[in-house]
Structure formats: C-alpha cells, structure tokens
Design a binder for this molecule. Structure first.
Ligand code: CA
Length: 235
C-alpha cells in the first residue's frame, strides 16, 4: 500500500483529497502547512508520493519540494503539484524541481486519482530489488504481481484471485501450451475430473473477456488446453 503525503491549506480540498485517496486504498497523511508536512517526513520517512499545493501560508509548496529534493532520503520522492494558477506551472515542471506532474485548480478529483495511480505505477518502489520479475509487460498488458494488479491500455482490470493466478501462469509460460490438467493442478490445486476441466474453460472465457483486446492472446489449443501467445500482436 502506497503512502501519500498531502500538503494543502484549503480545508475542503484537503478533506476531499484525503477521503478519495483513502477510498483508493492509499495510506494518507494530510497537513495544511509545509512545516507540518516536513516534520512528518522527518519523523516517518519518505512517502511514496507528495501532493503539494503551491500557495501555502508559510513556506510554499515549491519550498517544500526543494527541501525534499535536497535531502538524500527524500530526493526521489515523486511530487505532484496542485496549482491555483497556470502561470506557476512553468516554475514547477522545470528541470530544477523535477515535479512529476501537476494539476491546475479547480481540477477533477477522478482525474487526479488517475494521475496519482500513473505516477505510483512508474515510480520504482523504494524497497524494490533491481532485478525485479514482479512486473510483466505484453503489448498493452501490464501485470504487477507484487501489487496484484493488471492493466490493459492503462485501464486497470479487476481480476478474481483465480483469474489472476491463471493469467500469471499463462503469461509466465508464453508460447507454451498449458494443458487443462496442468492448469487445474497449478491454479486450482486439484486433479482432473470432467467437471473441473470445464471450470478451466469457464475461467479462461471470463479472463479473455476481461482482458478485451489482449484476450485474443490466450489461444485455445484443441483437445489440450491453452497457450498465451509468445509475442503481442503488432499494433
Ligand atoms: Ca493554497
């Protein structure tokens, strides 16, 4: 679960953001001044993302960003600025500050949630190993095993745990046929019976539907089982 720090002095907006981010499953720490926010960081360590309002009563969001960038543990924390004026944008997206993104107020909360997700997705988890096989890309499909999330063309696909295991197995064995028996043993941990073999078919059908255009990559191998195509279709 990602930790998000918000610093915003407009109380209503702060409450709205805190509520919506919590709904998305993030751990959220909300403050109305830069000083309080930095105090929290000093105490608790770097968050996975900081949402910073620019115009704050004491130190500005830009000052907060500078402070994060100039301290080793927080140097790479992604920052998304919340700006009241589009003129500020030139300042925050400059190389000097290296903001990851910004939104201009008033903004659509839904859209902000998508931006947050996008930033967290592309930022390397702080404790990740350099050689990390938890992430698989296949055409527009992206599978993150650690977070148990799947996306097709940037849209998150919600899979049941069985569907996730099934996709994981097929995707990890791209180009190789997986018989229904093997799938039953590895995904369902059961031995073959006629009824259970049909279970595999039903799950594959549903998985294909959920994956949309990528679903075609799961090929039926007659009388045997299924195979995930080795390479994505050309776009
Ligand atoms: Ca403000």
């Amino acid at each position: 679960m990602a930790t998000i720090l918000i610093i915003e002095d407009e109380e209503d907006l702060l409450t709205t953001l805190e509520y919506n981010l919590k709904q998305e499953g993030y751990r959220v720490y909300a403050f109305s001044s830069g000083e309080e926010g930095l105090e929290w960081v000093a105490r608790e360590g770097p968050p996975d993302l900081a949402l910073l309002d620019i115009m704050l009563p004491g130190m500005s969001g830009i000052d907060v960003c500078h402070r994060l960038r100039n301290s080793e543990p927080t140097r790479t924390v992604p920052v998304l600025f919340l700006s009241a004026k589009s003129e500020d944008i030139d300042r925050v997206v400059g190389f000097e500050l290296g903001a990851d993104d910004y939104v201009v107020k008033p903004f659509n909360v839904r859209e902000l949630m998508l931006r947050v997700r996008a930033i967290l997705r592309r930022s390397v988890p702080r404790h990740a190993q350099p050689q990390d096989d938890s992430l698989t890309l296949f055409g527009t499909l992206k599978m993150d095993r650690r977070r148990h999330q799947v996306w097709v063309a940037e849209q998150e696909i919600f899979l049941t745990s069985m569907e996730f295991k099934l996709l994981d197995l097929l995707l990890s064995n791209r180009g190789r046929v997986q018989s229904r028996d093997v799938l039953l043993t590895k995904v369902w941990n059961v031995q073959n019976t006629t009824i259970q073999t049909r279970t595999v078919d039903v799950h594959v059908k549903r998985l294909r539907e959920k994956l949309g255009s990528i679903g075609e990559a799961i090929e039926t191998v007659r009388n045997i089982g299924y195979r995930f195509r080795e390479y994505p279709a050309a776009e």
